[in-house]
Design a protein around this ligand. Sequence first.
Ligand SMILES: *Cc1c(COP(=O)(O)O)cnc(C)c1O
Length: 463
Amino acid sequence: MNDAFRKLPQIHALLESEQASPLVVRYGRGAVAHALRVRLDEIREALRSGCETTPTDFRTNDFFATVEAAITSGRASSLRRVINATGIIIHTNIGRALLAPEALEAIQEAGRSYSNLELDLATGARSSRHVHVEALLRELTGAEAAIVVNNCAAAVLACLTCIGAGQEVVASRGELIEIGGSFRMPDVIAQSGARLREVGATNKTRISDYEAAIGPETAVLLKSHTSNFRIVGFTEKASRRELAALAHSRGVVMVEDLGSGVLVDLSRFGLVDEPVVRDVLQEGVDLVTFSGDKLLGGPQCGVIAGRATLVGKLRSHPIVRAMRIDKLSLAALEATLRLYKAPNNPLERVPVLRALAESLAIVKARAERLALSIASVPGLRVEVVESTAYAGGGALPQQGLQSFAVALKTPSLSAEAMASRARTGDQAILGRIHDDRFCLDVRTVQDSEIPDIARAIQRALAP
Ligand SMILES: *Cc1c(COP(=O)(O)O)cnc(C)c1O
């Protein structure tokens, strides 16, 4: 064994070898040296553990092929494209909202060039990055003022820190939500430096419960959207209007975390529990928070909109500076918000809303095209079936959206095995398993992706 160790070549000798020279030309000396070092370490480890018995021949093309594979696989992006055939339009694990072409162009422009991000071109003086979207947000929501931070979780934390720190936040026991990714309302309140005063019971919180809880220490009355669950049956809750009136009569700020925050009514798509931001503010809520990359259909960010005095206070708070939105997201947000302005129809221009609103006939035609394009895989049974799609992103629908899927079945592979192969292939595809079939719901698929899906399925399911 000692002999085998002694026979391991020096890196510089390998680098000088004939087989290494094309790799050095292609990838650079540093990258090749690094890959050689890693490979030699692996061989050393294998010798030590006794796994490796046949000595490696370092002069073969095989050895250098493994070195080259290591270099190229290290170059492949970790963050890769995934085709979403789950039928879940806003899926946090695969990146939530797809952006409109206008938003993508705005990102390119903001990345390629300098911009007036924080510069007033008229005066040459420094200005605020928030101005680029504030007027649009005011127009679209009716808010007096608005700012944008990194995401909605940050928006909630910023509001509570700025307004509630050292004081009490009153919230219903039925709304102490966990959104996922360790966003739990009681923890967020604790993090803000405010004290949580829970009121009511899980299923019932009356206006009188809030009334009794508000005291001299209370700064905020917090309402939260119970996005991802529903309490049904013997329930009662105070209306938003009642809560706002109570807050104002007692000199307390009413904050509502809307989560998704929609700018147009989506109830006809089954989303009956998603209030329109403008209506929420009109009912008297002082500050609302909502995500940019859920049903709004824009980039990751969190909007805070409402009363000018409160937003002004937030604007100069250090926590807002620490959570500020980056210029690329800001550019994408501005472009997305413009698509909500007449004469644009956001249901046609914003991809998330288009996926929600697309007619069943169009979805079915797409499923049929996809089925045809993968029908040539031998042994694979391909069928267009009815399916149910979902908005996702915590927006719990009364009912799913009618959709169509391409269901795949083969005698040689289970549905789970098909799903796993489709997920781990060169082009990852995410589908759903239903009735022991691997199903590709096409409400979330783009027409341009059909050839890619066909190719990837062909390769993934080849015997
Ligand atoms: C999704 C959600 C959040 C968190 O939003 P992010 O943009 O992911 O930070 C907060 N509150 C509610 C009610 C939500 O649905």
